[in-house]
Every structure is written in C-alpha cells, then in structure tokens.
Design a protein around this ligand. Structure first.
Ligand SMILES: [Zn+2]
Length: 250
C-alpha cells in the first residue's frame, strides 16, 4: 500500500494522462498486429475443432466395426458347435437300436441344420452392416484428410504473419509492461475495462476540434477547458472514454 501511495502522490495529473495516452498508443499498435492476422486464428481453431469432432466420430464407427466383427465371430462359433453336434449325432445314429431312437436323433440333426442356416443368415446381414459401416469410415477419413490439408495451409499463412510481426509484438509488450508500472492500478483497471467495452479498443482519446476523438460528440467549453488545463482524469460524457488534450505528447 505504501508503494501505491507514493506512486500516486508522486505522479501529477499531467504525467498520468501522458502515461495513459502512451499505453493506449502501444495497445493500439498491438491491436493493429492482431488485425493483420484477420480471421486466420479463428479459422485455425475452427478447423481444429472440426478435426477433433471427426476423430471422435471415427472412433465411434471403429467401435461399431469391432462390435459387428464380434457378432460375426459369435455366429461362426455357433456354426462350429452345431457342426460338431451333427458329427456326433451322425455317429450315434449308426448305433441306434430302434426307430424311436433314430427319429429322436433325426430331430436333433434337423434342429442343428436349422441353427446353422439361421447363423449364416445373421452373418450375411452383419456383413452388409459391416460394408455400410466401412463406407462411413472411409468418408470420415476422407473428411479428416481434407480438413487437415486446410488446417496446414491456414496455419502456414498465420505462421508467416506471426513471424513477420514477432519483433514488433515483443517490443510493444515490453513497452506496455514498462508504461503500466508507472500507472496506478485503479487507473489501469478503468483503462482495461474501457478497452474491452469499446469496439475499436480505444480507451484514451484526444480531444479533436472540441469533440471526443472516440465517439465524435462535442464537448462543452468548460469540460474542454478543464481537459486542456489537465485538472483531473476526465471522461467523455457520451462514451465514457478518457479524454486527453490535443497538445499531449507521450
Ligand atoms: Zn466520446
């Protein structure tokens, strides 16, 4: 708290206004660099999101494929069992002692033959499901490949811009840090809030021929005089931005 108080009392209104104006200029410089990137950051994140969704879709379809393959395996097991039983019954039938036993085994044989028929029918149906599912997987994979190609292009474009502005951005950021240190927290908070609420990121504007440089509404003569005399941190009565005189220098 002691440090804060010293900072506040040691800084004149004029210095505060100059600091805020300087901070605004640096932030506007950073904003311009961001604008250069255009829609690219948004497009990149959008494509990344789409690829994530498609990958999840692909996982679901692959799960489905595994499930169908399991169902086919089950039916093949059933067929094997039935075939083993048929073999057993055929051997038994050769040793029957009467017609009643022969008929009973015959019924079992017929039943197992039907079981095999049913299993084969199910397998045919599962195989058609598998084919359909395979088509879906192919489609999703093609979509993923296409989106990845787009993403690579967009990322490349963004990288070029980011690299070309890297130095300026670093310079602005270190300037911002330095300037911010000289401004009391209360003002920084007001400034940052104004920046987020104003569409063009302008929180501090100069008075321009008797009007607010942010919203262009005219300022009363008294208000204008007080701003010119740097009497206090004064705001635009219309848009709420911090107003600094037109003769201010960083
Ligand atoms: Zn205004």
């Amino acid at each position: 708290m002691a440090v804060k108080k010293t900072k506040e009392t040691n800084t004149t209104i004029s210095e505060k206004l100059e600091g805020l104006f300087e901070l605004q200029n640096v932030d506007s410089g950073i904003d311009k660099l961001q604008i250069l990137r255009g829609e690219l950051p948004l497009e990149v994140s959008d494509l990344e999101e789409q690829i994530d969704k498609l990958n999840n879709h692909l996982l679901d379809e692959s799960d489905n494929e595994a499930k169908i393959n399991n169902l086919i395996l089950e039916q093949n097991e059933k067929i094997k069992n039935s075939e083993a039983l048929i073999e057993k019954y055929n051997k038994q039938q050769m040793k029957v002692r009467n017609n009643r036993e022969f008929d009973a085994i015959n019924k079992e044989l017929e039943f197992q033959a039907l079981e095999i028929q049913l299993a084969n029918k199910k397998i045919t149906s599962f195989e058609s499901d598998l084919e359909e599912n395979g088509g879906k997987i192919k489609l999703v994979k093609a979509k993923i490949r296409e989106r990845k190609k787009f993403l690579k292009t967009k990322k490349g474009e963004l990288d070029v811009i980011v690299k070309s502005t890297e130095k300026d951005e670093a310079k602005f950021n270190s300037q911002k840090k330095k300037i911010s240190k000289g401004i009391e927290d209360r003002l920084i908070n007001i400034y940052e809030n104004l920046r987020t609420t104003s569409k063009n990121g302008l929180a501090v504007v100069q008075v321009d021929r008797g009007a607010c440089g942010g919203c262009f509404s005219s300022i009363t003569a008294q208000h204008n005089l007080n701003i010119k005399l740097r009497k206090d941190i004064l705001f635009c009565e219309n848009c709420g931005r911090i107003l600094v005189p037109d003769d201010i220098v960083e």
